[in-house]
Design a protein around this ligand. Structure first.
Ligand SMILES: [Zn+2]
Ligand SMILES: [Zn+2]
Length: 141
């Protein structure tokens, strides 16, 4: 049924659709909604999920979430703790290795030169405090 109903008539009679007999910009000769002036055929196409020109929900691929970038890469270095008499040793782990590799051990120790306790970044290799180390390097030139 294609009775011509102008937009004004449709509004006057409280209709939701009107029909001018003129094709829409997509070539549909169809009724139009008073609200929005949209062709019902266009509206049907627009709403149908199977139509290629219907808007699709865009799926954005999500990047895998790293548990913690800082914890899974580089070195896991324990924080310095208060003086404990040089007992405690904590490993520094290279987290790039699987399983993580112990690269060195940190802990308190006494300087071999001045016997003062200091926190060593490498208890095996670093045996003198920063003060003595600076002095020794200066002596070595
Ligand atoms: Zn249309
Ligand atoms: Zn020292």
């Amino acid at each position: 049924m294609t009775t011509l109903v102008s937009l004004d008539d449709a509004k006057r009679h409280g209709l939701i659709r009107f029909f001018t007999g003129e094709p829409c910009k997509h070539g549909h000769v169809a009724e139009r909604y008073v609200k929005g002036n949209r062709c019902v055929e266009c509206d049907r196409v627009w709403r149908s999920p199977n139509q290629p020109n219907a808007p699709k929900a865009v799926r954005v691929p999500r990047a895998p979430v790293m548990a913690s970038a800082s914890a899974s890469h580089g070195f896991s270095e324990p924080k310095a703790w208060p003086w404990d008499g040089g007992v405690r040793r904590e490993p520094v782990l290279d987290m790039d290795h699987n399983p993580p590799r112990v690269v060195r051990q940190v802990g308190w120790r006494c300087c071999m030169k001045c016997a003062k306790p200091f926190f060593s970044d490498d208890v095996k290799a670093l045996r003198i405090c920063d003060g003595c180390k600076g002095a020794s390097t200066a002596n070595l030139g």
